[in-house]
Design a protein around this ligand. Structure first.
Ligand code: HEM
Length: 186
């Protein structure tokens, strides 16, 4: 399967938008549906209000011990009971990107405990991280984060996001839009 994922916000797609909240920076246009497609669609016509693309990549921060726990606990996307989703596009500031890799890891895990916080919520939440930064000069976001969970875990998801947003890592987030969705078919 292609490493590129395309999210088209408009009036079509399997995911109905329940809420769109701008957490930082510029908002995205309000839409009713999000279509999640595989492969590179840039330059192709579409009738959405916006199109976001990202691709999966190698991991940058996770260390061996963390990876073992993640692999053991993390569920796949597409579970039938996971009818809720969140698409949270994120951009980090130049100050973040100017740091060295080891300084970023210190902020990401040693000070902010991103992985430790996230692990508490597995296997309830399935996730996929897409990178956009190296796709071109003018990408609106650095990451497109995608999560799937059952309605019973919506509250836990909110708790996790609140915890992450209070960390040092998030002081580097300068654009973030939190889009919540429910699956309408499939
Ligand atoms: C289900 C719980 C979560 C787990 C287990 C988790 C785990 C991880 C891991 C392991 C990485 C590092 C990947 C690497 O080594 O490159 C990562 C990166 C990231 N996560 Fe999470 N995460 C969770 C929830 C979230 C949430 C809710 C958000 C957004 C609100 C988020 C946003 C990000 C972003 C933007 C990155 C990329 C950071 C960077 O490269 O600067 N994560 N996550």
């Amino acid at each position: 399967m292609s490493r590129v994922a395309t999210f088209i916000g408009g009036t079509a797609g399997s995911w109905r938008v329940v809420s769109m909240e701008t957490i930082a920076g510029l908002p995205l246009g309000i839409v009713d549906r999000v279509a999640v497609l595989h492969g590179d669609r840039r330059g192709q016509p579409h009738d959405g209000k916006w199109l976001l693309q990202g691709m999966t990549s190698n991991e940058r921060y996770v260390v061996r011990e963390e990876k073992q726990i993640l692999v053991a606990r993390q569920p796949q996307l597409g579970r039938p009971q996971a009818t809720c989703a969140a698409l949270i596009p994120i951009r980090k500031s130049a100050a973040w990107w100017n740091l060295t890799q080891d300084a970023r890891r210190d902020i990401f895990e040693t000070h902010s405990h991103h992985i430790e916080i996230g692990l508490e919520f597995l296997p309830a939440i399935a996730r996929k991280l897409h990178h956009c930064r190296d796709l071109g000069e003018h990408e609106p976001f650095d990451f497109l984060t995608w999560f799937e969970y059952a309605p019973d875990h919506a509250e836990a998801f909110d708790r996790m996001v609140t915890k992450l947003r209070s960390t040092q890592e998030w002081t580097y987030v300068d654009r973030e839009v939190d889009i919540r969705l429910v699956r309408v078919d499939g």
